[in-house]
Structures are given as structure tokens and as C-alpha cells.
Design a protein around this ligand. Structure first.
Ligand code: FAD
Length: 119
């Protein structure tokens, strides 16, 4: 169990940042393998999240709202929605998911490693 609320909040901010940035880089037209990878990542994120009570709350949310992996925008919108469910349970303001577009910037160019179009 984490020692204090500050550590828990710091871990949360760092985790959400990575979580949403991964969604923001997910392919627009993912292959079946890429969709499986994202589903696995989400499943393991839920299972291994270091704050046990948080992980348990989030597991219930993800069970209710199953991960969406059909496209980048579906994944990003889903992640925004489940984060909002956490926000609501903690009494925080809800984020406008229509503004998720360029909010999470990895600071990396859209890579051409797999010959993908810029998108
Ligand atoms: P955060 O919620 O950490 O958000 C960081 C930033 O992301 C915000 O400043 C905003 O710019 C942006 N943002 C906000 N909402 C959204 C959204 N819907 N979509 C995209 N971007 C958004 N804490 C607890 O005390 N109890 C818990 O049970 C708990 N469960 C958690 C479960 C998970 C899986 C995670 C990752 C964190 C959990 N936390 C929990 C931590 C909590 O969610 C916050 O991270 C922490 O309280 C810090 O909050 P914050 O106000 O700085 O903003």
C-alpha cells in the first residue's frame, strides 16, 4: 500500500499520462495483432496497477465498459470515458472527451517504421 495520498496522486497522474499517450499513438486502422496487444496492455494495466484499491475500482469500471480497440479514436475515447468514471468516483471534474484530439503529445514524429501514412 502506498504511504500517502501525494504518492498515490503522483502515480495516478503519471499513469494516466502514459495510458492516454499510448491511445493517442494507437493506429487508426489496427491489425488484429495490434488490437490484441492493446487489449492485453489494458488487461495487464488493470491487473498490475500498484495501488490495490485503485486497481480494484478500475477493474469494475473496465468490466462495465469493455476496452474499445477498433481504431485510435475509439481507443482514445474509451480511455477518456473510463478516466472520467474514475474522476466522477473521486468527485473530480469531468474532462471533455471531444477535446482529446491533440491533448496527449508523445513528442515523437509519426513513425514510418511500418510504412504508415502520417495521421
Ligand atoms: P488526474 O485524474 O490524474 O488526471 C491528470 C490529467 O489528465 C488532468 O490534469 C487532465 O489534464 C487530464 N484528464 C483528466 N481527465 C481526463 C480524461 N477523462 N481523459 C483524458 N485526460 C484527462 N485515486 C484514488 O484516490 N482512488 C482511486 O480509487 C484511484 N483509482 C485510480 C485508478 C487508476 C487506473 C488510475 C490511473 C489512477 C487512480 N487514482 C485513484 C488516481 C486518480 O485518478 C488521480 O490520478 C489522482 O487523484 C491525481 O488527480 P489529478 O486531479 O491530478 O488528475
Amino acid at each position: 500500500k502506498l504511504a500517502n495520498e501525494t504518492a498515490k496522486a503522483d502515480l495516478g497522474r503519471a499513469s494516466w499520462k502514459l495510458f492516454h499517450t499510448i491511445m493517442s499513438r494507437f493506429p487508426d486502422q489496427p491489425s488484429p495483432d495490434e488490437r490484441t496487444a492493446l487489449k492485453s496492455y489494458i488487461h495487464l494495466f488493470v491487473r498490475l496497477y500498484p495501488c490495490g484499491e485503485c486497481a480494484e475500482h478500475f477493474r469494475v469500471i473496465v468490466e462495465k465498459f469493455p476496452p474499445q480497440t477498433s481504431s485510435r479514436s475509439a481507443a482514445a475515447t474509451w480511455a477518456c470515458h473510463v478516466h472520467n468514471e474514475v474522476n466522477l468516483s473521486l468527485g473530480k471534474a469531468v474532462f471533455d472527451c471531444s477535446k482529446i484530439g491533440d491533448f496527449y503529445d508523445c513528442g515523437c514524429a509519426e513513425d514510418g517504421v511500418e510504412g504508415k501514412a502520417v495521421g
